[in-house]
Design a protein around this ligand. Structure first.
Ligand SMILES: Cc1ncc(COP(=O)(O)O)c(C=O)c1O
Length: 386
């Protein structure tokens, strides 16, 4: 019998983060005491008023197909959010509500990348960008940032050789490094995109998770950028809503209509009652976000202090999101993560999953209960000492 797998899947690996989280869950199901720091899923419950909004919508009968672009109430909430938080004015037909930010990214890449096109990824980069580009027939080209501080400079951007580059994916606050790009860095990316006539896909999923008074700047709000940027966001990380699968994007009208076609022919729309709940989340969750941030901040200090005192580990302080990305000396990151899970029952993500400059690092999520994190740090210290 012939191989029925499509050629476009050659070289596409399963998601490293999802696979490790699945393995950790499997070990727990077998009765093993495993602490999972590999995922990107806040441990908080979704705030009650958001759950109630979904419940209300369901009881009201909002359990049928939604308009493919999204329900008008959520589109309005997203327009207001973009205007208030990001200084971005989008018309209703420049917004698309997607089932998860991930689908928003995938649909945007499918709508813009042709076979042979190159897509620039600042490395380390989130695990799904490269496979999504590959599925579209494009080629991901990593722009390696220096592990010292992952600073983006005009020189670093211009050093990349990619004559067929069409798109640049930009992610701040960053997964996995926890870095928040400065205004100067964002301006450098904007200038470069205009110089090279690139579309920027701006992944702003962690926008609300900033520490030490940092502020988020959307690249689309810079002069000349709105028409060449797709701004991607979602409910997962800000409001502890990962399982609701709700994302949204703002894009210039023509591009938004192309992205919408992909949504219509694949998933139709995001779930209807989830959209009503997300309108509630966007409009009324400021205090919830602040409370979650306070706990993330405590966990951040715990993780950085613990890791920095371990043998051969260097851990820069994350400026945003909820990940630490320590270097682990000369150790192989896959081997280290495997051993830590098998022998110490702590799941972390090997840094190499985030591109070549991620090797010799691991990603640790600190979106877990503080006590759990303390236990994980003790185990990690023992593993490194052993
Ligand atoms: C950088 C980044 N972008 C996008 C996503 C997608 O999130 P979701 O599909 O849950 O909205 C994630 C999730 O882990 C992420 O870390």
């Amino acid at each position: 019998m012939r191989d029925f797998t499509a050629a476009r899947l050659r070289g596409v690996e399963p998601s490293a983060t999802v696979s490790i989280a699945d393995k950790a869950k499997q070990l727990v199901a077998q009765g093993r005491d495993v602490i999972d720091l590999s995922g990107g899923d806040p441990h908080f419950k979704t705030p009650r008023h958001i759950v109630e909004a979904a419940h209300h919508a369901m009881l009201e009968g909002d359990t049928h197909y939604a308009p493919s672009r999204g329900v008008p109430q959520l589109i309005r909430a997203v327009q207001q959010k973009f205007s208030r938080d990001n200084g971005l004015e989008y018309a209703a037909d420049e917004i698309v509500i997607t089932p998860g930010g991930k689908l928003g990214l995938y649909a945007t890449i499918m709508a813009t990348v042709d076979p042979g096109d190159e897509v620039l990824l600042l490395s380390p980069a989130w695990v799904s960008y490269e496979p999504e580009v590959r599925l579209a027939g494009g080629t991901a080209v990593y722009v390696p940032l220096e592990p010292e501080d992952y600073r983006i400079t005009p020189a670093v951007l211009r050093s990349v050789r990619a004559p067929r580059a069409k798109v640049l994916v930009f992610n701040t606050p960053n997964n996995p490094t926890g870095r928040v790009a400065t205004e100067e860095e964002i301006r450098a990316v904007a200038e470069f995109a205009q110089e090279r006539d690139l579309l920027v896909i701006s992944d702003e999923l962690y926008e609300k998770l900033l520490y030490d008074g940092r502020r988020h700047l959307s690249i689309a709000s810079l002069p000349g950028m709105r028409e060449r940027t797709v701004t991607i966001n979602g409910a997962s990380k800000s409001y502890a809503m990962t399982g609701w699968r709700l994302g949204y994007l703002g894009a210039p009208r023509e591009l938004a209509s192309q992205i919408l076609k992909i949504q219509q022919h694949s998933v139709t729309s995001a779930a209807t009652f989830t959209q009503f709940a997300t309108a509630e989340a966007i409009e009324s969750s400021e205090e919830d976000v602040r409370a979650m941030l306070r706990e993330y901040e405590r966990n951040r200090s715990l993780v950085v202090e613990s890791l920095s005192s371990m043998d051969g580990v260097r851990c820069p302080c994350p400026e945003g999101a909820f990940y630490a990305f320590p270097s682990i000396g000369e150790r192989d990151s896959v081997e280290f993560a495997r051993k830590l899970l098998d022998e110490s029952g702590v799941a972390v993500t090997p840094g190499v999953a985030f591109g070549p400059t991620g090797e010799h690092h691991v990603r640790i999520s600190f979106a877990v209960a503080t006590r759990t994190l303390e236990r994980a740090m003790e185990r990690m210290r023992d593993a490194l000492a052993g």
